[in-house]
Design a protein around this ligand. Structure first.
Ligand SMILES: [Zn+2]
Length: 294
């Protein structure tokens, strides 16, 4: 039973076009097109498959958006980017390794509704305009919470962005991943250290219903994670950490994160990194890289 007066066809615009949201996943875009145009589940996908052209052409026609504009908003629709000029325009944009809901205040303000799923990168942890946590632990828009009461989280985010400017995205991403594993491991062992726990208490006071959620803990640990990322991403500090005399590195960690406690023993995750450099594989990037010079 439908009240529609049109048939979905590859070459005909939809009555209610939908504008793509920056870095939106294809799944999310199709979901929004379906609900705006009261399409039945699977109808649009079936037409896309039947048409056999790359999806971006049908999606462009349906929504009255030139394919080039659609690809700038949603790079995954082009699959690969042999054209170096397009590729250059997409440098630094997320590739399809992680997705999360975009800040719900931003999506509403831009007329895209409350829920848009986007591809994201490790440093997109909060919305600076709305002071909303959108990073680790956020599965739905209901999980997003305000962090304005914790300026240390926002400072950490600026620090995080500055580290990327200084050391490059790939280096900081790797360091952040190592630091994240170490900090969560300390949290599991000791409920972490005083600065992080103060932040955690301030967050739970403001969001009692979300206490114990992974996102709240992740936001509380974030300043510590960025501080350790800074030490690990710096070539000079990395050299000290892995030299026969790493005392200055351990002092820095003690002063900034662990309340003076020094990690000991082979089972401590920081010591383990210092000794082995975690040579296990890391994926190099979560963003589109510049075209290679030939
Ligand atoms: Zn926002």
């Amino acid at each position: 039973m439908t009240t529609r007066h049109y048939r979905l066809a590859p070459d005909r615009p939809l009555p209610r076009p939908v504008r793509p949201y920056q870095d939106e996943t294809t799944r999310s875009f199709i979901r929004r097109i379906n609900s705006a145009n009261v399409l039945t589940h699977g109808e649009l996908i079936k037409t896309l498959r039947w048409d056999r052209r790359p999806w971006m052409y049908d999606l462009a026609t349906w929504n009255g958006t030139p394919p080039g504009i659609l690809v700038l908003a949603m790079p995954q629709l082009a699959n690969s980017h042999p054209d170096p000029i397009i590729r250059l325009k997409l440098v630094g944009r997320p590739i399809r390794t992680r997705h999360a809901p975009a800040c719900r205040h931003c999506t509403l303000a831009r007329g895209a509704g409350p829920y848009v799923e986007v591809y994201t990168t490790h440093e997109r942890t909060l919305c600076p305009d709305h002071k909303l946590w959108i990073g680790d632990g956020i599965g739905t828009i209901a999980d997003q919470f305000n962090i304005a009461a914790c300026p240390e989280i926002i400072e950490a985010w600026h620090h995080h962005k500055n580290l990327i400017t200084r050391h490059g995205h790939a280096q900081v991403r790797r360091a952040f991943h190592i630091s994240d594993v170490i900090n969560w491991s300390w949290y599991d062992q000791f409920q972490h250290f005083s600065a992080a726990m103060n932040t955690y208490e301030a967050l739970t006071a403001g969001h009692p219903r979300q206490a114990d959620s992974q996102a709240l803990v992740a936001a509380a640990l974030y300043p510590s994670i960025v501080k350790l990322t800074a030490a690990i991403a710096s070539p000079r500090w990395r050299y000290i950490a892995r030299s026969p005399h790493p005392e200055a590195f351990l002092d820095r960690v003690g002063n900034e994160i662990t309340d003076g406690w020094t990690p000991q023993g082979a089972f401590d995750p920081l010591r383990h990194w210092m000794e082995t450099n975690w040579t296990a594989e890391f994926r190099g990037s979560d963003t589109i890289l510049p075209p290679k010079n030939r």
